[in-house]
Design a protein around this ligand. Structure first.
Ligand code: FE2
Length: 145
């Protein structure tokens, strides 16, 4: 309701706060996806399990860094240049994870890997990575203006 009221009055969240909020939320989701993908693969898929676990650790680091920035800059003025780097680091990591999810989905649909991942779930987590990347690009455009 608060968000809708703000939209109706044409009030936008300051870009720095918007970047912090989106990143803290979606980096946690990407970390969770990586870890449950690792746990739903058959453990004999060693390379894929290792890759998924590495993504989990990478996203945990990025999440902690975004939370550090949150504690330093949330609701602060002016907009600090470092905020663009938070978004860029997320873009790089999310692009890699997105591609991993896309090739995983293909392998699951064609029964080429041992796993208990529902193809609908694999599709869902891929679309969430795409949505995070979409948000990153919208925020980057807004920041550059
Ligand atoms: Fe989801």
């Amino acid at each position: 309701m608060k968000t809708l009221k703000k939209f109706n009055k044409g009030i936008l969240e300051p870009i720095q706060d918007a970047i912090i909020n989106e990143n803290v939320f979606w980096l946690r989701i990407m970390m969770e996806h990586s870890r449950f993908i690792a746990s739903l693969l058959d453990q004999s898929e060693r390379n894929l399990v290792q890759t998924a676990l590495k993504f989990g650790d990478d996203f945990e680091t990025l999440l902690n860094q975004a939370r550090d920035v949150e504690s330093m800059l949330y609701r602060k003025q002016p907009t600090y240049p470092i905020i663009g780097k938070v978004n860029k680091d997320s873009e790089d990591a999310a692009t890699e994870l997105r591609n991993f999810k896309a090739s995983g989905l293909e392998l699951i649909k064609t029964c080429q890997i041992r796993n208990v991942i529902n193809p609908l779930l694999a599709d869902h987590v891929l679309r969430e990575a795409d949505h995070f990347l979409y948000m990153i690009h919208v925020l980057e455009d807004h920041l550059n203006k």
